[in-house]
Design a binder for this molecule. Structure first.
Ligand SMILES: [Fe+2]
Length: 256
């Protein structure tokens, strides 16, 4: 049984064609591969492992804006570009009035969360603070491996493949962050001292993004391009493998 209660609905309510139905099955598998990952069982009730997971995940977050930017630049299709632009402006911390502040950049929000976590007595009791430099180096290596996989996809220059690969990240964010938020409540009263803006934000903002990505993939599926389904499938499978590797790498460190 899945560790994570999902609230995002990735399914097309009534797939109207065999193509949509085939894509629908793949999208369900895409999301469950991460949400049902053994890592989530491991960190669910163990605060030290949960804290270490947040540390190891950090460089994935810090480098995410750069990846979205590279994807945006590489895309030629204006429809795909427009959807990615929405993700990019959110990542960069632009508000609805067009103002930007560094404090709201998503990597910076995550960094503030990590700093607030390190200040808690429960974090200090784990002894992790004596190994921050080596943990950060491992986190960087894990993120590099992940982004090299996506860079290889982008470098092939197929818009649908790159776009579909990106969808394999957005689809799990909201449910995973909601799970983390519930897990942090195991800290008791001191979880109130955490700066969890990054978590609250991601419990909501990526639901819309993920739906927009999936809907546009469905539209493109019906386009004149006979290879559209193949390119989407290829992007999803390669993106899924990269996301699974990301969580497998983190898991390996945690149970070592
Ligand atoms: Fe984000």
């Amino acid at each position: 049984m899945s560790t994570i209660m999902t609230k995002s609905n990735i399914s097309f309510s009534t797939p109207s064609s065999n193509l949509e139905s085939e894509l629908d099955q793949l999208l369900k598998l895409r999301t469950s591969l991460v949400l049902d990952h053994p890592l989530n069982q491991t960190i669910g009730l163990d605060l030290k492992k949960l804290f270490l997971m947040f540390e190891l995940y950090a460089h994935f977050v810090y480098d995410f804006t750069e990846y979205v930017c590279k994807l945006f630049i590489a895309l030629q299709d204006e429809d795909l570009k427009a959807v990615i632009y929405g993700n990019l402006t959110d990542e960069m911390g632009l508000d609805s009035l067009g103002g930007a502040s560094w404090e709201m950049q998503h990597g910076e929000l995550y960094r503030q969360f990590i700093l607030s976590l390190r200040r808690t007595d429960q974090y200090k009791a784990t002894g992790l603070d004596g190994h921050i430099n080596s943990i950060e180096a491992i986190s960087k290596g894990i993120a590099n491996r992940f982004y090299l996989s996506h860079a290889a996809i982008i470098s092939e220059g197929n818009d649908l493949q790159s776009f579909a690969a990106f969808s394999t990240i957005e689809c799990w964010v909201c449910d995973l962050y909601s799970f983390w938020k519930r897990s942090l409540q195991n800290m008791g009263e001191s979880h109130k001292d955490l700066d969890i803006r990054t978590i609250d934000l991601h419990c909501i903002c990526d639901v819309e993004h993920s739906v927009a990505l999936d809907q546009l993939m469905c539209v493109k599926l019906k386009s004149a391009d006979a290879n559209a389904l193949h390119q989407i499938k290829k992007g999803i499978i390669r993106g899924m493998a990269a996301s699974e590797q990301l969580f497998a790498d983190i898991h390996k460190e945690i149970i070592a």
